[in-house]
Design a protein around this ligand. Sequence first.
Ligand code: URA
Length: 229
Amino acid sequence: MERLNKFIASCGVCSRRKADELIQDGRIKVNGEVVKDLGVKVSLEDKIELDGKTISKEEKKVYLMLNKPVGYVTTASDEKGRKNVLDLILEDVRVYPIGRLDMYTEGLLLLTNDGDFANKLMHPKFEIDKRYVVTTDTKVTRQMLEALRNGVDIGDYVTREAKVEKLDEENISITIHEGKNRQVRRMCDAVGIKVLKLKRTNYGPLSLGELPVAKYRHLTDFELYNLNK
Ligand code: URA
């Protein structure tokens, strides 16, 4: 027996926290009955449904890389009716994003229905490097780059050391391993760099490569092996 929210999360539907919301919103049925009690425990014999569709742990696992376009949100449900990255995914299983990119940021986003895998990658202890390219019209000085490298105060947090490189007059690359809300934008803001465009190009060992904007592909076995290492 396990808690209903844990069961839902391990089916790859969403995080445990989100599962609590689904339960409270009355979207989950256990053996045909809507269950709103967060304390309920279930087993593999129980029939669990989300919005009328059975969810189970037996589903084929899929691992996708999307080149997220600007203007799409990555949250599972959006009360403002904005475009959602899930609208771009045409698979016969439900997947959800591993971590987040803000609405105005584009680039590499992983999605999966493997809840255990997603929760592992998102755990802060793994400190996965994420590389972003910032396009700016600010004249970036050496002092600015140094400050970004050493860590800057973004209000509620001082960022850890980052790898920072000036690529050319308009682009800098910033690699961080934390994932505070809008961290790169807030870091740039803190040192006076105006962000015209923000794109994630790498996630751990994975690289976006030539994947066109709004397109996705399945990860290769080699990429999965590298991510699991
Ligand atoms: N930093 C940001 O500012 N936005 C993101 O989406 C990710 C990192």
